[in-house]
Design a protein around this ligand. Sequence first.
Ligand code: HSE
Length: 423
Amino acid sequence: MKKIGVALLGLGVVGSSTYRILTDQADYIRKNHGVDIEIVHILEKNKQRIEELGIDKSIVSTDINNVVNNPNIQIVAEFFGGIEPARTFLLASLNAGKSIVTANKELFSKHRCELTDASNKGGGGIFFEASCVGGVPIIRTLTLGMQGDQILSIAGIFNGTTNYILSKMSNDGMGYSEALTEAQRLGFAEADPTADVEAYDTMYKLSILSSLAFHKSVPIDKIYREGICAITKEDINYGKEFGYTLKLLAIAKITNGKIEARVHPAFVENNHPLASVSGSFNAVMLEGSNVGDIMLYGRGAGGFPTGSAIVSDIVCCAKYPDAGRGLFDNSVLTNSDFNTDFQCRYYIRINVSDKSGVLANIAKVFGEYDISISSMHQLEPSSDSASIIFFTHMTFELGINKAIKKIKALDVVNSVYAVIRLI
Ligand code: HSE
């Protein structure tokens, strides 16, 4: 039987779960996948974790040279997260001819060209199923499951923390801060939630997935990004009244031959499949040229779901090492390869002085920028002001931005409370 030596770099939540799955399922993997996976070395300094897992101390150290220079290790699985020392350790492993497995979406979205070059030179593969949407096998679907299709679009909910927060705001009437605190208390959100709530995490994942889907390099600086911090429960509730659910969406598609990639909150019609993806769950929708729509749904975070994807990569690498090679096209695209002026429908909530001529002023600005209103709703007025919700037809982002700037400057406008895209 094929024997494969593995090193685990770090025993945090995902590293520990991976260790448990590999040890608990060693017989199952041997019997059903025909490979004998041996954990040869572990980098970890936390003695308590090592003891809790009952790991033989002789295979634990804090020195990467014990991994890179060990000929019995073929696969290096990294769980540090962040850029350094993960980048240096993985490059050293690839340069030594080993394959790597990682869940590190930030590293992989920022440095995949460098890692791909090292893989091409060293001959080892790169496996990163766990980097995007945790336990949902989206990478394998893109790389091994859809060769009969050109992928036209990819869209989804790639972040469980923000989906949990938005679900709480929608279902339990919580404000943003209350829902975030609840998510932190339950361990869904980090103490510093910036990467999740400002949508960096979703952007990293979209960069990786759209690059794979379109066989072109989609760097993070070509992805429009907007987080959920400014979302209020008022807008979530108004959206509900009109049949919409608010989600943080990642969307990438090819429009007129150009790549369009964006991450932002959006109102989704209640009968859209993504509207019912609630709590910490994730989902990805793919549109293939022949197969049509595909949707994958599951847990995008957590020790065992993410560990499951890591172990899947380790077994895949052991059985099919070529599956981790040559997956990315590193050629650099120019600005003209990307579409930044995308089209959407919009929900716009504006607070105005409640007097005659106000609507005419606002409508004039929309008209100047060729923005067509599909419906307008005045909410209950107070003594001297009123809030108005406008829904637009499909219109261009640049036009909306210019119109909103001009509307904000009108004397009769007190505040533009929200501008939210619709899909
Ligand atoms: N923090 C992410 C989430 C998981 O909440 O989905 C890791 O990318």
